[in-house]
Ligand binder design. Structure first.
Ligand code: PRT
Ligand code: MG
Length: 216
């Protein structure tokens, strides 16, 4: 049995065409079912639904053989115990710094001010500002980062941006682009040895179905 860890929402939806390329279809709709283990048209492959930030943990400890996870989640988790992530080029977005439209970020940075930065990505944010030589107090949040600058909790946020509509709706502006993000296929190292053939078939099918750069 091959177990693939996915999170509900965009990762699940955007992984479906890749699975289809491997001849695999999930037979239940995760938005309608309360089940956490979903069968597929391949009796040897099942999908487990976990929180997006838990996908690397499931794969690292063998709760799943494979998983699809954002590069943001993967870098924040650390790469330990996970085999060579394949860039699937799905769920694309970018990790950025954003501030209130009336906040003068450039001047604050130039003057060496200490910035209060709210984020779910404490590790990535720490590395980014350390490299820039900007002093920051990091405030860990679990969601709705956009609210932090509006309430005075923080001067800036580090969050994912895709269309930019959420920032715009909350009168925030993107002031730095930290990195481009897309989803990765991660593989448990032991599973790769023990289930080499079936895993290789899935990886090859995924590779053949990765959206081309031109199509994005
Ligand atoms: O929602 P939950 O707390 O359960 O978990 P999650 O937010 O980690 O999961 P999910 O499904 O929202 O995101 C899974 C993965 O999708 C992330 O780890 C990213 O790699 C990727 N991804 C791609 C995104 C986005 N695009 C994205 N736009 N994840 C989140 N967003 C959010 C962003 O945080 C912001 O709040 O969407 C909002 C911005 O979108 P725009 O289009 O308004 O700019
Ligand atoms: Mg979300």
């Amino acid at each position: 049995m091959i177990t693939l860890a996915l999170s509900k929402g965009r990762i699940f939806e955007e992984t479906m065409p890749l699975l289809a390329a491997a001849g695999i279809e999930v037979t239940e709709d995760p938005e309608k079912s309360r089940k956490l283990i979903l069968a597929t048209t391949n009796p040897d492959v099942r999908v487990v639904l976990v929180r997006a930030s838990d996908v690397p943990t499931y794969v690292q400890y063998g709760g799943a053989d494979l998983g699809v996870t954002g590069l943001d989640v993967l870098l924040e988790h650390g790469n330990q115990g996970l085999y060579q992530p394949l860039d699937l080029r799905i769920a694309a977005c970018r990790l950025s710094v954003a501030v209130r439209a009336d906040y003068d970020y450039a001047t604050a940075v130039r003057q060496g001010s200490r910035l209060k930065v709210a984020t779910k990505y404490v590790g990535l944010a720490r590395d980014f500002f350390a490299t820039k030589g900007v002093h920051v107090d990091l405030i860990k949040l679990y969601g709705s980062m956009e609210l932090a600058p509006l309430t005075g909790l923080a001067d800036a946020i580090v969050d994912l941006v895709s269309t930019g509509n959420t920032l715009k709706a909350n009168h925030l502006v993107e002031v730095e682009r930290i990195m481009d993000i897309s989803a990765r296929l991660v593989i448990n190292q032991a599973a790769l040895k023990l289930k080499r053939e079936p895993i290789r078939r899935i990886v090859e099918a995924f590779e053949s179905a990765i959206p081309s750069v031109a199509a994005q």
